[in-house]
Design a protein around this ligand. Structure first.
Ligand code: CP
Ligand code: NVA
Length: 308
């Protein structure tokens, strides 16, 4: 059987996503009821981090343990990965000693090369281009609060970064719309986002126009990891792209607010929004755990039934 990786959001079809979400519901309910579910006993997840993380590390490590397996953390600083061993060689070795690999790194090309040389499934835990596990959790969170996302409008305010690109891919797979507003010079790059077309998103110069009537308003840091040298310039360029309560008022009445976290109150989001009634950021963070458990189950075991 061909190895199934999750390197970009569109590596999963709509049918596969529906299965993963059905399993997420069941796995989450088992966890909430303190029922043990150990389908991955004796299996090992290796987590490679070339950038910092709180949520991704915690949710994968805890998730693997909760499924009966174990997780090993490697980073660039104290492994041979930071001393010039090739990605291809590392992939050969790591994938002979483990059953699943999660990587957080810089260019998408690195994870693609790793996957091409891996004997086991590889999961993207964030690259400069994409953050598929985040949007997997965000859409699950939307569904929990509001039902199907099909036909809905998501307003993306801020940088056209890895999280934005992944929303755009998800819109194509799950048939919803994204209204994007970025400052001039930070527009969506469709090739980098690896989109099929332009049917599922629209760009707005004015962030208020993008937010108008949206079912979900979401944003992210102005400076992503790896782009710190641009921080000062970005603080100036993004100053008018803060999600504040005026913006939430112009969105649909029952609009949700999401942020992948970590957040900077007073920069990309006003405290009154992220700490307000429309914000579901803690559910979003928690759901990383549940969706990734369902994802790991699917990549390792295929479509197991809900009767487990
Ligand atoms: N949202 C997210 O991926 O958080 P971490 O950087 O803490 O993993
Ligand atoms: N866009 C952010 C997301 C952090 C989870 C970054 O890449 O730093």
């Amino acid at each position: 059987m061909a190895i199934k990786h999750f390197l970009q959001f569109n590596d999963l079809t709509r049918d596969e996503l529906e299965h993963v979400y059905e399993r997420t519901r069941w796995i989450k309910s088992q966890f909430k009821d303190y029922h043990q579910y150990w389908p991955l006993t004796d299996r090992t997840l290796v987590m490679i981090f070339e950038k910092a993380s709180t949520r991704t590390r915690l949710s994968f490590e805890a998730g693997m343990q909760q499924l009966g397996g174990s997780a090993i953390y490697l980073n660039t600083r104290d492994s041979q990965l930071g001393r010039g061993e090739s990605v291809e060689d590392a992939a050969q070795v790591i994938s002979r000693m483990s059953d699943l690999v999660m990587i957080r790194t810089f260019e998408q090309e690195i994870i693609e090369r790793f996957a091409a040389n891996s004997r086991v499934p590889v999961i993207n835990g964030l690259t400069n281009e994409y953050h598929p596990c985040q949007i997997l959790a965000d859409i699950y969170t939307f569904i929990e609060h509001r039902g199907s996302i099909q036909g809905k409008t998501v307003a993306w305010i801020g940088d056209s970064n890895n999280v934005c690109n992944t929303w755009l891919q998800a819109a194509e797979v799950l048939d919803f719309n994204v209204h994007v507003s970025t400052p001039p010079g930070y527009e969506v790059e469709p090739e980098r986002a690896n989109l099929y077309g332009h049917d599922h998103y629209e760009e707005f110069a004015d962030p208020m126009e993008a937010a108008k009537g949206a079912d979900l308003v979401t944003t992210d840091v102005w400076t992503s990891m790896g782009f710190e040298a641009e921080n000062e310039e970005r603080m100036r360029d993004f100053a008018d792209w803060q999600v504040d309560s005026d913006m939430m008022h112009i969105a649909a009445k029952d609009a949700l607010f999401m942020h992948c976290l970590p957040a900077h109150r007073g920069e990309e989001v006003a405290a009154e929004v992220i700490d307000g009634a429309q914000s579901v950021v803690w559910d979003e963070a928690e759901n990383r755990l549940h969706v990734q458990k369902a994802l790991m189950e699917y990549l390792m075991l295929g479509k197991v039934g809900s009767g487990n």
